[in-house]
Write a protein that binds this ligand. Structure first.
Ligand code: PEP
Ligand code: MG
Length: 320
């Protein structure tokens, strides 16, 4: 089996009928890139930057952040790397920020909500990422977007930082694309409106499932209810992919569902062509891609529309 996986590494991720699929990895630090390359990942679809902000006593300053992002840029070389701005809050804590305890942290002060409020923190990170963008092939991504206003505010902040860097004569990639996570149901519902504002979407199924089904992703007692094959979740995902493709906005998926081999054909059938996952999942997903055709994938997607429950949809995906 190891040999099979190793042999897959150098084979292209192409369906039986010739459709190329981009397989990317989710990482948290520079060292993770070794495993990405070993497993045949074409790049990084999600760099979670929280690690840089957690398990310490104070915020990392601009230079420390820059060094971290630059190391990733240099290690990744020409490979694309999508860097997500901080997603602190919810399950990811940073005590030194002195954030108030909340009744419902997942519905509270987290991610882009903190960044648009604590602009000092946000601008420092944006400066560090933009500076490092001169050394690699970066895209930037904002998490937990729920409205068009938030996207505009985040982009305006980035524009301010660009102007500052230009005035300081500091190099950066002026063409760096900016996109958003689609992980709040509201964002999925207004995908057509958001598509006009951004360069790309990345569907975050971990949170999208949690918020769509009102099931805490950390709570074992309700874990059986947490299911990416729930028809409500699949309808939202299909809608996002359809609107993105209609608008010509590239769309990928970086939640755990992207690394679930049972979902690969269904997602291909919906029109998804880019998947980002933990590096070790890449060979398994590549195998799925290579063993299917788009016609088969579209058949699976059409067929599950008539099914009522997550269980029935899973069974169908297993048996077809
Ligand atoms: C997601 O929500 O699907 C996601 C990729 O982000 P995180 O797991 O970091 O919340
Ligand atoms: Mg998330």
């Amino acid at each position: 089996q190891m040999a099979l996986l190793r042999s897959l590494r150098d084979l292209p991720a192409v369906t039986g009928d010739g459709c190329a699929v981009e397989l990317l990895a989710n990482i948290s630090e520079p060292d993770d890139l070794d495993q990405v390359i070993e497993n045949g990942g074409e790049g990084v679809g999600l760099l979670r930057t929280e690690l840089l902000f957690m398990g310490r006593d104070a915020l990392p300053d601009e230079d420390e952040q820059f060094a971290f992002y630059q190391e990733i840029a240099l290690k990744a070389g020409k490979r694309p790397v999508t860097i997500r701005t901080i997603d602190i809050g919810g399950d990811k804590e940073a005590p030194y920020l002195g954030l108030p305890k909340e009744e419902n942290p997942f519905l509270g002060y987290r991610a882009i909500r903190i960044c648009l409020d604590r602009t000092d923190i946000f601008k420092t990170q944006l400066r560090a990422i933009l500076r490092a963008s001169a050394f690699g092939n970066f895209k930037i991504m904002f998490p937990m977007i729920g409205s068009v206003q938030e996207v505009r505010a985040a982009k305006a902040m980035m524009q301010q930082v660009r102007v500052e860097l230009e005035n300081d004569g500091i190099a950066f990639d002026a063409g760096m694309q900016a996109g958003i996570m689609i992980e709040i149901p509201a964002a999925a519902v207004i995908a057509d409106l958001l598509a006009k504002e951004v360069d790309f979407f990345s569907i975050g199924t971990n949170d999208l499932i949690q918020y769509t089904l009102a099931v805490d992703r950390m709570n074992d007692q309700v874990a059986p209810l947490y299911d990416g094959f729930h028809p409500a979740v699949l309808r939202l995902i299909a809608r996002v992919i359809e609107e993105a493709n209609r608008a010509g906005v590239p769309v990928s998926m970086c939640g755990e569902l992207a690394g679930d081999p049972l979902a690969t054909r269904l997602l291909l059938g919906m029109g998804l062509r880019a998947f980002s996952m933990s590096a070790v999942s890449i060979p398994w997903i590549k195998q799925q891609v290579r063993e299917t055709t788009l016609a088969d994938a579209q058949y699976v997607f059409e067929a599950i529309r008539g099914l009522d429950t997550a269980g029935e949809i899973r069974d169908f995906c297993k048996n077809n």
